[in-house]
Ligand binder design. Structure first.
Ligand code: FAD
Ligand code: NAD
Length: 466
């Protein structure tokens, strides 16, 4: 009889756990994945990436039609009305299709789904729904949840103070949505409800939106979102929210101190970050300690300090992104099966899926300058023929290269399709490209991607179209 029930058990079926489980099974390991939700796919497929992108896409269509942007193309419309229930049904359909798809992939690859909450009994034994399962290796992929704001109580059912899950499920367009936190969630969800007709105010503690992104990108973001009608209160902190009936009153004051003011809203979105899911895992039963930020530290091969226990995805340090979790899932399975796995944490793109999209990979200009001398090339989307033709003037591409070696250190883009454009930059960086390599790569015309080539040409001061 085998020593263990499984070669590997993944706890959590988000992009980290489900991808890792499938790869482990493909590599011949007997694999199970524990998931307490009723559907697979984790935060990303159920209440994150996918439903938010469905609403972003749908709301963009509505805004195009309602805002008259289609008239110049000869598309004549009568009165445009919003059927929010239909939009929400389209979102639900996308989620259902994709989460069901993971269930199919589990069956196809013979991954056992252990339904319920997994708790460590010891390092090789996980209790799920009252039954013990053993494995040679256990991978923690339990993801993250919304960081609460002390004194501000989220109640998604009431729909007045909500987190991202509540903001994805509103059954009416708020009159005034106040977003606490000008990060990725705040701007994506703020964009959705702004396009559907809400007044949107973003209250951000720092002096700029989108922490972690390049300084130029952050400055431009503020201009673009203001132009789109969002009110931005930067350098401002929320000190309290009270709810009376269907109205919320927020008290805010300058982050650096000063006079307080109040803002009335009928919906408040708390989007101040996310924190690792570790409660209830029974980490105390295996002696696994967390770092100061409540995350699980691992080595390059995702081993934790406890033998036989590894961790990946949002629960470990690094950007909380689905593709980072997926790549770690593949790598951890490969480490377990073969002893070798690869994730290049220096080249993980990030994208904000607003319109335009904000994307970047590698170092910001500020980070690069701290490390040494750099050359920077910038090209405006206004001078890109395709963006200009499509009436998409906002944004730019910026290429940051090492001044001595010309090696590309970072690429940043604001453009309608920046999320797609950034893939070529990531690939170039993965291959150790110089800005000259990008500049001399033939790019199809007319495409938005030509702006990446032109920004690379601008590194040596020789773009063609500006
Ligand atoms: P998760 O996806 O969080 O999955 C963990 C799973 O583990 C969950 O299903 C949970 O139920 C389960 N679990 C937890 N504890 C236990 C337990 N003890 N037993 C059993 N099961 C357990 N990222 C992007 O890259 N692109 C985007 O566009 C994007 N959009 C987002 C939009 C929103 C609104 C949010 C909230 C997040 C978004 N993200 C996006 C982030 C992305 O969702 C996460 O980075 C990603 O889901 C992390 O994957 P994971 O596998 O580590 O964890
Ligand atoms: P975030 O870290 O992107 O932004 C949170 C913002 O809230 C920061 O700008 C921070 O300064 C601000 N903040 C913190 N406390 C505050 C306070 N008291 N008052 C006002 N502002 C305050 O976090 P998020 O937007 O909640 O997103 C969480 C995670 O989910 C992110 O790490 C992100 O990677 C991931 N995510 C990714 C995508 C995507 O890839 N498109 C989309 C959504 C979420």
């Amino acid at each position: 009889m085998a020593e263990y029930d499984y070669d590997v058990i993944f706890i959590g079926a988000g992009p980290g756990g489900y991808v890792g489980a499938i790869r482990a099974a493909q590599l011949g390991l007997k694999t199970a994945c524990v998931e307490s939700r009723e559907t697979l796919g984790g935060t990303c497929l159920n209440v994150g990436c996918i439903p938010s992108k469905a609403l972003l896409h749908g709301s963009e269509k509505f805004a195009e039609a309602a805002g008259g942007a289609l008239a110049r193309y000869g598309v004549k419309l009568g009165k445009v009305e919003l059927d929010l229930a239909a939009l929400q049904a389209d979102k639900a359909d996308a989620v259902k299709g994709l989460t069901g798809g993971i269930e199919f992939l589990f069956r196809k690859n013979k991954v056992d789904w252990l339904k319920g909450t997994g708790t460590f009994k010891d390092a090789h034994t996980i209790t799920v729904a009252g039954k013990d399962y053993t494995a040679k290796e256990v991978v923690i992929a339990t993801g993250s949840s919304v960081t609460p704001l002390p004194g501000v109580e989220v109640d998604n059912d009431k729909g007045i103070i909500v987190d991202s899950t509540g903001a994805l499920a509103l059954s009416r367009v708020p009159d005034h949505l106040v977003v606490i936190g000008g990060g990725v969630i705040g701007l994506e969800m703020g964009s959705v409800w702004r396009r559907l007709g809400a007044k949107v105010t973003v209250v951000e503690f720092l002096d700029a939106l989108l922490p972690g992104m390049d300084g130029d990108v952050r400055k431009e973001a503020a201009k673009i979102f203001k132009k789109q009608g969002m009110e931005l209160k930067l350098g401002t902190k929320v000190t309290g929210v009270t709810v009376k009936g269907k109205k919320a009153t927020l008290t805010v004051e300058p982050a650096k101190g000063g006079a307080a003011e109040t803002i009335e809203a009928d919906c408040v979105l708390v989007a101040i970050g996310r924190r690792p899911n570790v409660a209830g895992l029974g980490l105390e039963n295996i002696g696994l300690e967390l770092n100061a930020r409540g995350q699980i530290d691992t080595g390059h091969d995702f081993r934790t300090s406890v033998d036989g226990v590894r961790a990946i995805g949002d629960v470990i340090p690094g950007p909380m992104l689905a593709h980072k979790a997926e790549d770690e899932g593949i790598a951890v399975a490969e480490y377990i099966a073969t002893g070798v796995g690869i994730v290049n944490h220096a080249v993980i793109p990030g994208v904000v899926y607003t319109n335009p999209e904000f994307a970047g990979v590698g170092l910001t200009e500020e980070q690069a300058r701290e490390l040494g001398e750099v050359k920077v090339g910038k090209f405006p989307m206004m001078a890109n023929s395709r963006a200009k033709t499509n009436h998409e003037p906002d944004g730019f591409v910026k290429v940051i290269a090492d001044a001595k070696t010309d090696k590309v250190l970072g690429v940043w883009a604001i453009a309608s399709v920046a999320g797609t454009m950034i893939a070529q930059a990531a690939q170039a960086m993965e291959f150790g490209a110089t800005s000259e390599d990008i500049a001399y790569t033939c790019h199809a015309h007319p495409t938005h991607s030509e702006a990446v080539k032109e920004a690379a040409m601008a590194v040596v001061g020789k773009p063609i179209h500006i």
